[in-house]
Design a binder for this molecule. Structure first.
Ligand SMILES: O=C(O)CCC(=O)C(=O)O
Ligand SMILES: [Fe+2]
Length: 307
């Protein structure tokens, strides 16, 4: 809504967002209503939009075959390229709808899941739990630690599944599907469909993560970067607003520690006088509170605890 203040157009963004939320139609509802221009509160600032038009660099993102010999897989996992630049948080509206389901150690609460995909959610919960355990074993071994090291500090126990729906965006140059961020947890297992639009930052450039049929995308999160004392680096990523007529759907399973009152910091086995810890220790629930209340003042979680 535009109201005249001192003869100038005053835009009350918070009020507009509130009115949109109250409609409870989501972005899909807007698109279904035949909208051809996007509401102003979805328009991102020029600093976000300027590099959307730069063609992403073509870099082959390695696909690791988990059925290969264990030592080879560990080597491949440990040698993964890391990103060098760090994002700032810019909380702005995104052109997508989401559905969140809390997973293990308790089973998903079925009443929150639309009936049409309950069986799939329950099955993917099982599969992703097993996959998460395998990946954490490989990532632990990649650090030269016991395969159970991450599991033993509860990194498998608090999982969250998020379903993203990115409908067609009539003005994809003015907004984003998800703004640039790093995932705050230990790791994320992402299943994307064939539409595309996911970018990661690699050596300062945006790189397109082209969908590979039958492959999952695994993101290192901020906690794993801290635990590994920077041996692994959390990956900055974003999703473009979807220009295609066909909606894009993705499912992310986030792995987080369940020991909310425990202290986390770089693994002591990885630090020494020559390799001092690069991060302060923190209590996990303080960390999550900072993430959820966005008290980061434009910093990433890794930057907050970096010494
Ligand atoms: O939809 C995607 O491909 C990415 C989703 C994502 O980055 C997230 O949920 O944190
Ligand atoms: Fe993410």
């Amino acid at each position: 809504m535009a109201t005249a203040v001192n003869g100038e157009n005053h835009y009350d963004r918070a009020e507009e967002v509130k009115r949109f939320d109250a409609l409870k139609i989501g972005v899909k509802g807007l698109v279904d209503s035949g909208l051809t221009t996007i509401p102003r509160f979805f328009v991102h600032p020029p600093e976000t939009l300027s590099d959307l038009k730069t063609k992403p660099k073509s870099v082959v993102i390695p696909t690791i075959d988990l059925s290969g010999p264990r030592a080879t897989v560990v080597e491949q996992v440990a040698a993964e390229p890391s990103t060098s630049s760090l994002p700032t948080s810019r909380p702005t509206a995104s052109w997508r709808d989401t559905l969140q389901v809390k997973l293990g150690p308790t089973p998903p609460e079925l009443e929150n899941i639309p009936e049409v995909c309950r069986d799939e959610v329950v099955e993917w919960n099982k599969q992703s739990e097993a996959l998460g355990e395998r990946l954490m074993g490989l990532l632990s071994e990649g650090l030269g630690l016991d395969a159970d090291r991450l599991k033993n500090i509860t990194c498998l126990e608090a999982r969250m599944m998020v379903g993203h729906y990115y409908p067609h965006c009539p003005q994809p140059d003015l907004t984003v599907g998800i703004a640039s961020h790093t995932d705050p947890g230990v790791l994320t297992v992402l299943l994307q469909d064939h539409i595309g639009g996911l970018h990661i930052k690699h050596e300062g450039d945006w790189v397109d993560v082209e969908p590979v049929h039958g492959a999952l995308v695994v993101n290192i999160g901020d906690i794993l970067q801290i635990l590994s004392n920077d041996e692994y680096t959390s990956v900055e990523h974003r999703v473009l607003a979807n220009p295609s007529r066909e909606p894009r759907v993705s499912t992310a399973v986030f792995f987080n520690p369940s020991a909310t009152e425990a202290l986390y910091g770089p693994f002591s086995e990885l630090t020494s006088p020559e390799k001092p810890p690069r991060y302060r220790q923190f209590i996990h629930q303080d960390y999550m509170k900072m993430f959820l209340t966005k008290e980061l003042g434009g910093k990433t979680l890794t930057n907050c605890y970096r010494m």
